[in-house]
Design a protein around this ligand. Structure first.
Ligand SMILES: Cc1ncc(COP(=O)(O)O)c(C=O)c1O
Length: 447
């Protein structure tokens, strides 16, 4: 009975607001047709405005987007076939080529997060039965095995402990043994914080007549990425890391050898087994040839996300690639030195450490999960724990894009110190910041 009364009230309120003048639009004429009160199967939920907490996002991503990027998302909407939008898409493509250091004409923003661009790579460049040599030294290598096998790839895993990287000799030997059609590698393994050296991999791929595909989600914009120099044939990235963009749109690029593979598949009558990510169709919308062939609608482009990516790339371009790489490096080295001062160690050796993502070893006796919660509840700082083989062993701390600054590194270190003290963590008196407890009486862990 009371529910029925509430519903009647809501219908009355809705009808009243339907005829109320809208701010700035003058008085609407009274509607000539009024719907009779109806009973709804699902009642109108009680909702207000969403006010998310303000967090400093220092985990593996997303990082905080640049305020200018948020502002760009509020720009007026235009249509995805509007010339102004298509012109802006061209600017995105040009700036992506700069960020990646590639001349590939096929360099596009892909709707969806980094995984969508990754899936596009798999769907378009895998023929059933193709062999993928997957360099697995972390969680994302395993994801490629899963994703590519869904498109019919035979997976050959080349494995290393999580946090280590591969030598060119190891990759070359695996190619000689297995004769793959594609080598897949994570340039920046976000699950481990390791940076894979890319020198010689392109040459190896050419010598063995296979494609080289690279995941650059956590490297683009934050550390040197030189796709053409490295001989990378296909790559994807994400916006939400060193590009300071929210997640939802992802860069994708195919070089000549990758496009030839696509053409061969088409000529053989093979269909891309993913309609949404079929780049043969998307090409007709986003990549026109010199003769000005009209653009063909494929799916509605995420307009505001494209604004965001354009602004993010604009900010990177204004700063300059080398300056951005240096800023990331500077903040990371500062962070690593600060960590040492509180007795914390990094999981990856200095030479192969990513500046964008650091894995910090959780000291013995410390509850890593509680530290993550402590930082969030007491400092509004987000960091993350380890994934897969590193779960419970490391924290993952990102210094990416807009957040890659010394002040954030210092703040995270101070918050970590406090969180560790809260668990009675013992730091040797010799360290710059010894623990509050100068004896091991309340010892839970060791420096
Ligand atoms: C190395 C790497 N590859 C791929 C992805 C997947 O990207 P997304 O989560 O945007 O789909 C991530 C996400 O963190 C990543 O770190």
């Amino acid at each position: 009975m009371r529910a029925a009364h509430r519903l009647t009230q809501r219908v009355a309120t809705r009808q009243a607001s339907a005829i109320a003048p809208t701010a700035g639009q003058g008085v609407n004429p009274a509607p000539t047709h009024m719907l009779p009160p109806v009973s709804l199967l699902v009642e109108q939920p009680e909702v207000g405005a969403f006010n998310p907490p303000k967090r400093l996002l220092m985990g593996p991503g997303p990082g905080n987007a640049h305020p200018r990027v948020h502002a760009a998302m509020a720009l007026p909407q235009i249509g995805h076939m509007d010339g102004a939008f298509l012109q802006m898409a061209e600017e995105i493509k040009e700036m992506l080529r700069y960020a990646w250091q590639t001349k590939n004409p096929f360099t596009v923003p892909c709707s969806g997060t980094g995984s969508a661009a990754w899936e596009a790579l798999c769907a378009n460049l895998t023929s059933p039965g193709d062999k993928h040599l997957v360099l697995v030294n972390g969680y994302f290598g395993l994801r490629h095995c899963d994703m590519a096998s869904r498109y019919g790839a035979e997976i050959i895993k080349l494995e290393k402990p999580w946090g280590e990287v591969f030598t060119p000799e190891e990759v070359d030997a695996a190619c000689a043994e297995h004769k793959p059609d594609m080598i897949w590698v994570a340039h920046a393994e976000t699950s481990t914080g390791a940076c894979q050296p890319m020198d010689q991999l392109g040459e190896i791929a050419r010598n063995h007549d296979c494609l080289l595909a690279a995941d650059t989600v956590t490297s683009i914009g934050g550390l040197p990425v030189r796709l053409d120099e490295w001989g990378v044939d296909a790559a994807y990235a994400g916006g939400q890391k060193a590009l300071s963009c929210p997640p939802g749109i992802a860069p994708l690029t195919f070089g000549d050898r990758a496009l030839t593979k696509m053409d061969k598949r088409t000529a053989a009558g093979e269909q891309v087994k993913n309609w949404y990510l079929d780049m043969n169709m998307i090409k007709q919308y986003l990549v026109v040839n010199d003769f000005g062939v009209p653009r063909v609608y494929h799916h509605t482009a995420p307009i505001s996300m494209a604004y965001a990516l354009r602004e993010a790339l604009g900010i990177l371009t204004e700063e300059g690639l080398e300056a951005s790489w240096s800023r990331h490096r500077d903040a990371a080295e500062f962070f690593w030195n600060e960590l040492e001062k509180i007795g914390l160690e990094c999981h990856v050796d200095w030479e192969h450490r990513l500046p964008t993502l650091t894995t910090v070893k959780i000291p013995e006796g410390i509850d890593g999960g509680k530290v993550v919660t402590y930082l969030r509840e007491n400092y509004n700082i987000e960091i993350a724990g380890g994934l897969g083989a590193l779960a419970g062993k490391v924290w993952r701390i990102g210094l990416m894009g807009y957040n890659a600054r010394r002040e954030n590194a210092a703040l995270v270190c101070a918050a970590l110190r406090d969180a560790l003290d809260a668990q009675g963590y013992y730091r040797a008196p010799g360290l710059l910041y010894p623990s509050r407890q100068h004896s091991r009486s309340s010892f839970h862990g060791s420096a």
